[in-house]
Design a protein around this ligand. Sequence first.
Ligand code: 6R9
Length: 659
Amino acid sequence: MSQERIESMMDEKRHFAPPADSRGRAHVSGEAAREALVRRAAEDPEGFWGERAAQLIDWFKPWDTVLDADMNEPRIEWFKGGRLNVAHNCLDRHVAGNRRNKAAIIWQGEPEEDVRVLTYQMLYDEVRRFAAVLRKMGVHKGDRVSLYMPMIPELAVAMLACARIGAVHSIVFAGFSAVSLQNRIHDCEAKVVVTADAVLRAGRRIPLKVNVDEAVRQCPSVEKVVVVNRGSLEVTMEEGRDLWWHEVMADRTLDVDRPCEEMDAEDMLFILYTSGSTGKPKGVVHTTGGYLTYAAHTTQWVFDVQDDDVYWCTADIGWITGHSYIVYGPLALGATSLMFEGVPSWPSPDRFWRIVEKFRVNIFYTAPTVVRALMREGTDWTERHDLSSLRVLGSVGEPINPEAWMWYHTHIGKGRLPIVDTWWQTETGGIMISGLPYATTLKPGSATQPLPGVDAAIVRPDGSPAGPNEGGHLVIRKPWPGMLRGIFGSPERYRSTYFERFPGMYESGDGARTDTDGYFWIMGRLDDVINVSGHRMGTAEVESALVAHPSVAEAAVVGMPHAVKGEAIYAYVTLGADAEETEELRAELRAWVRKEIGPIATPDVLQFAEGLPKTRSGKIMRRILRKIAAGATSEFGDTSTLADPGVVSDLIEGRLQLT
Ligand code: 6R9
């Protein structure tokens, strides 16, 4: 059986043609236009990227060369000799132009009544002020500033203020522990930390400043801590080190009129830590000219952002998605970016739809895990809101299984909206593989095709190109402007992680295959691919089949060692509200997968679970699930990113043996 049947499952039959560009203003309109751009970018990459950089970005001084690179070394320089400032591009030029009174950020706080609208002028004034505060504290060009903050406008202000003076920000997601924060501050030797007293989340006030106090004790580099009052929680302020945001911003002696720092295109813009295959997080480095060009370029084409749109990306700014698609991309374009402090499920599962209706959101970008969670709550919640303002939907972070795709399309997109499934990584800086809303025929579950100018390919372990439907390593064969330029402090790790295995190519670490139409199907991290009796199978494929069953809300599948097959399949299944955990259902689900994909995909073990271990960004931690499946329940490695540690002990208790 098998290989063909797995492939036929991946070969989704459903196709969705792009909607007509009836207003005649889409940035890329029609498949032919897209194809022409793909050809143009392939024939003359430097011409293509140079043109986009000139169209989208204001340069104080033009570049001497578009690209000077060698991916073997690696040495990557985009727009060398060019000079610019990111904050100038996101603010100053819009204020000087005609967007002074346009909303830059619409902020919806956790409490429904907490709404702030910052026009470009208002944001510009705040940023200039905080830039002056940082300067006064002795922060210079190249110095690092750690931001450990809730989703409040001050976070965007602090980012842009760093960019304005040429300081490098390192944002640490506010859900990380004191230890994780300490490691990150320590690694980049931050001079200043910006934080808040508390995070408001699902009706609770979670102390935040205490974690900074704990972290900074071991970080001699930190001279000042600036604290935003978000929750009026009592905090201890250390004399000489800690300062209130509202007090430093009220300082009348601040020099707010200093011009932006002129940065070189390859000067560092930010560091963002992400987990790798080893325990120590990697400080991914992004630079100025290439990153901003790429963020603006992809925001414009992938979401088709228009000047009058309200655009909403639901990510947290603590992740790369928030950096590129809440702050830098949209603001570089002069768009209106909605920022939300709360969670999708509180006070009720229609929070997102309430916000869409309230602000007449046009573009909505979220994660599959959110879609599946909301899907589980039923459509009563979606139906009570007017979602007719929506025009484009997006997905990011993990493969979106066809079932969730269809629910998103039917109940949020009302059967008519395009869904851009965007594949990319912290390291890529921006979207790499995705449909364009008015130019790509979509297949549920596929990220579709590489963007124009992105030379993505699937290769075999020896680096040779894989054929259609042959799973392999997803690599990028040509440099792109948004690519990472290093791992902070570890040039050797940078080289060996991304550029060693396949000489001259960037190794993403993901497995994927292309179908006969050249569409990309991401199979997940390569360590999530399991080999059952010599058959290569993406755990995502089995999960997708399980989730297609009406009783299943969510599923995670891992390999477990097996004496005969090499690996056996262990499935963790979370049921929908109406389903019951019975032996009948367990048998039915195994039979279901067998029917959907084939006998080799049948889970050998199927454990019902109340919840799955997830990172705070919503990614399932398969590493932990693999350990539990294998019966190795003591050594879980770094669990600091786990959203709810209680889930793990429940899973260990419910662990099943192979029978
Ligand atoms: C942007 C972001 C990167 C990893 C990546 C891949 C997975 C992201 C995906 C996707 C399938 C998509 N991933 N988008 N898998 N389809 N549309 O999430 O960055 O946090 O660094 O994660 O996420 O496995 O390698 P990051």
